[in-house]
Design a protein around this ligand. Structure first.
Ligand code: FAD
Ligand code: DLZ
Length: 507
């Protein structure tokens, strides 16, 4: 008989492993294992989501007639996925093992050694739940010194037919991003609160995680993730009805006390398999055809999924393992303690990091223009920032986290993914949010002892990295502005930046 291993982020009925096997003769193995639960200090909500979703998925496979062996951490403690497979192979007559290509390089490499370690053939199937395979991406990227999402995205629009009229984009434009930059000032009501029903599987898992991962960073109190396919689909439907119409306009907005705004909160479900990219995009496209949401919202949303999501995955598999060592600016600063406890007087960071600690979620602009921006300007070591992002978000798996953090957030890859660093002074945060008016620091100055740290760090960063960045034509204006600064003021700005960098824990 054949043994199919289903991982915690492979919870899809369409998984190639399931299509390759026969419920009448073959076995499925799923295992909660110490190694996967602890290779970074995952947020307890992330572990609870994955374990509970795994248990629900195992149940649904059994209902469909599969024989499922399930190793739960409380009843059958297993150190690793391999150890779980070995345990089953000792009890059953297994002729070969079938897996779908996993999401992370470290595990993929390990699985390549499984045939030798198990003494059995191991068949690794391509993951058909993505719209572009690593081989197809490699072919597209071939010969390009750097890659740009926009051109990849157009290919994906043509390939999927989403929002297309023949070979042209509907509305005559591929990208409506320029329309999607409004500050939110209550122009439209926020979505209503979203309620989730919990069952005894969720309760058991939450108790287990509270007990076993008590010292991991982040709170379990507001565990708010759906753990079934039906729950994830309900969340998608809620988004389409209540959030999508305003998703585009306020996509980049930041509002104190409102960590989710009009965002979908579906990335954890897409990434663990409870939702599939095409069904999500079709739901959004249908809303446009039915005139329930405007084109700037629907195009913007679909672009995130068939564009950014597939694009970063392509980069990950193309560039690993070297990508994980990227450090273009040679940044070495340790992570300030407030990344783990949220205690900082910078309102923008406090809002974004506390959202992550409380909910295992922050939205894109919080991740990019607040946390990533600060990490870049303050010179934090990419490896430490990457580990934090991988640990803290419910949607974080290295294939999607690493290119977003190293490539988009930190420009650590020197511009392979992004054409310039995503950096900004407090002015940008003030333009897009209501954070600054409630902040301890003054956003209008850069050289005073109470000036917004982003302002001082911004100018210090661009000056410090002139050699690396001045040749980038998209940075030309920034360097012109730097060179126009009053020299005395500039000295004070740099002095303040140095003080800040020496005491990052205290900002
Ligand atoms: P929405 O804003 O509603 O967007 C819809 C969907 O588009 C998301 O659910 C997601 O699947 C997809 N999407 C949007 N942007 C991206 C992107 N840049 N890359 C991949 N998919 C995208 N996303 C993750 O899924 N896991 C991560 O670990 C992760 N780490 C990030 C780290 C940094 C520094 C940055 C800048 C971005 C990161 N992202 C990550 C991308 C993005 O921030 C999240 O996908 C998004 O915030 C998830 O919330 P949402 O479902 O409400 O998204
Ligand atoms: C993230 C995660 C966690 C926390 N625990 C498990 C687990 O116990 N068993 C499992 O099969 N998968 C888990 N996962 C997801 C894996 O880490 C993921 O499959 C790999 O990182 C590859 O993407």
């Amino acid at each position: 008989m054949r043994l199919g291993m289903v991982l915690g982020d492979q919870l899809s009925d369409s998984l190639p492993t399931l299509s390759a096997l026969d419920p009448a003769t073959d076995i499925i193995l799923m295992a909660e294992v110490h190694q996967e639960a602890s290779y970074v200090p995952h947020h307890p909500q992330k572990i609870a989501l994955i374990f509970s979703a795994m248990r629900h998925f195992a149940l649904s496979l059994k209902e469909q007639g599969w024989r499922v062996i399930y190793h739960s951490l409380d009843k059958h403690e297993s150190p690793s996925l391999l150890a779980s497979v070995q345990a089953v192979c000792q009890q059953e007559t297994i002729h070969d093992v079938v897996v779908t290509r996993c999401g992370e390089y470290r595990l993929h490499q390990h699985m390549l050694s499984w045939p030798q370690l198990l003494g059995l053939p191991v068949c690794i199937l391509e993951d058909s739940r993505f719209l572009c395979s690593p081989a197809e991406f490699e072919q597209w990227a071939q010969g390009k010194a750097s890659v740009r999402m926009e051109f990849f995205y157009r290919e994906m629009r043509r390939r999927t037919g989403l929002l297309m009229e023949g070979d042209q984009p509907v509305g005559g434009q591929w990208n409506f991003d320029a329309d999607n930059r409004l500050k939110y000032k209550g122009q439209v009501p926020l979505p209503p609160p979203y309620q989730l029903n919990r069952d005894s599987i969720d309760a058991d898992v939450v108790a287990l995680v509270a007990d076993r991962f008590a010292s991991n960073p982040g709170s379990l109190d507001s565990f708010h993730w759906a753990t079934t396919r039906a729950g994830a689909r309900e969340r998608l439907d809620f988004f389409i009805q209540h959030c999508l119409p305003n998703f585009g306009d306020y996509q980049d907005a930041l509002v104190a006390g409102e960590p989710t705004l009009f965002h979908s909160l579906i990335s954890p479900y897409l990434n663990c398999g409870l939702l599939e990219p095409m069904e999500v995009c079709l739901a959004a496209e249908t809303a446009w055809y039915q005139k329930l949401a405007p084109l700037n919202a629907v195009e913007g949303f679909i672009r995130q999924i068939i564009g950014w999501r597939e694009f970063v995955r392509g980069i990950y598999w193309l560039k690993m393992p070297d990508y994980a060592d990227s450090n273009f600016f040679d940044h070495q600063q340790p992570l300030p303690g407030f990344f783990w406890d949220g205690e900082t007087r910078m309102r923008c960071l406090s809002e974004s990091i506390n959202s992550a600690l409380d909910h295992a979620y922050s939205h894109h602009i919080q991740r990019l223009m607040v946390i990533g921006n600060f990490a870049t300007l303050a010179g934090l070591a990419p490896k430490l920032v990457e580990e934090w992002f991988l640990a803290i978000y419910a949607d974080a798996y290295e294939w999607v986290e690493l290119p977003n953090v190293a490539g988009m957030g930190l420009f650590a890859d020197g511009g392979y993914l992004a054409s310039k660093p995503y950096i900004a002074s407090g002015n940008y945060i003030n333009k897009m949010s209501d954070y600054c008016k409630q902040c301890h620091y003054q956003v209008k100055t850069a050289d005073q002892s109470d000036s917004c740290p982003l302002n001082s760090l911004y100018w210090d960063f661009v000056a410090r990295h002139r050699e690396r960045l001045a040749g980038n034509h998209r940075m030309a204006m920034v360097y012109r502005n730097l060179d126009r600064q009053d020299p005395d003021k500039q000295r004070r700005i740099f002095a303040r930046a140095r003080l800040l960098i020496e005491s990052l824990d205290d900002v």
